[in-house]
Write a protein that binds this ligand. Sequence first.
Ligand SMILES: [Zn+2]
Length: 254
Amino acid sequence: MIDTHAHLDFAEFDVDRDAVVQRMRSVGVNNLIIPGVSPQHWHKQLAVAEQYQTYFALGIHPWFCPEDVDAAILALTSKVAALLECPRFVAIGECGLDKLYSSTWPQQLAFFEAQLTLAKSVNLPVIIHSVKAHPEVLACLKKYQLPRGGVIHAFSGSVEIAQEYIKLGFKLGIGGLIMNPNAKKLLKTVTELPLEHLILETDSPAMTPINVAEKRNQPANLVLFIDKIAALQKKSSVLISEHLMSNVAQLFDL
Ligand SMILES: [Zn+2]
């Protein structure tokens, strides 16, 4: 398995990053994708990705929009060009829109549209953060029509919203929220959608599943979600893990 969204570079893992990677591999999660969040974070992100030979994406997260939009996009464009031939560089992102951070909305929109343009020009999929902004994100995706689509990370929406994204060539990133019996809408979505539209992620160190004792989330927890999806879809865990892994390989061309 591959954890398609883990911020292994974040400070929460500074004290025991080796052990976290070892634990992840010992439970069968062989690798992960570290999403980019901002120009200040790229250096450490790329160093961690190099050290553990993980996959990575490059992008600007809506929570970390730099003041100077043009300079940051220029920096992103040149970083992307420099690393384009690296086989572990698999996507643009994470990028997107977040209405809980509404004070930076104009910058968020500018960064999101610029990153969709960039993804299209270099023919990479995108990793999208969409919080309380599905109509706006869908409008942008309809406008840009990305040939390789991408993933709506930490998806928690309805079957209807999921179908809108699927029509645009997107997969849904399913994480720790499925362990919460109160997440009724998401549980219904995961029960009803065909498996080919789902991929797995932890969003470590955030989004810790409800039944895990340690407050910090980590990539090894990904295996919990396989049994949960198997139970929801009434299929075997082996079938679920094989199918979801082939979705990841297809989306990110691994
Ligand atoms: Zn993230």
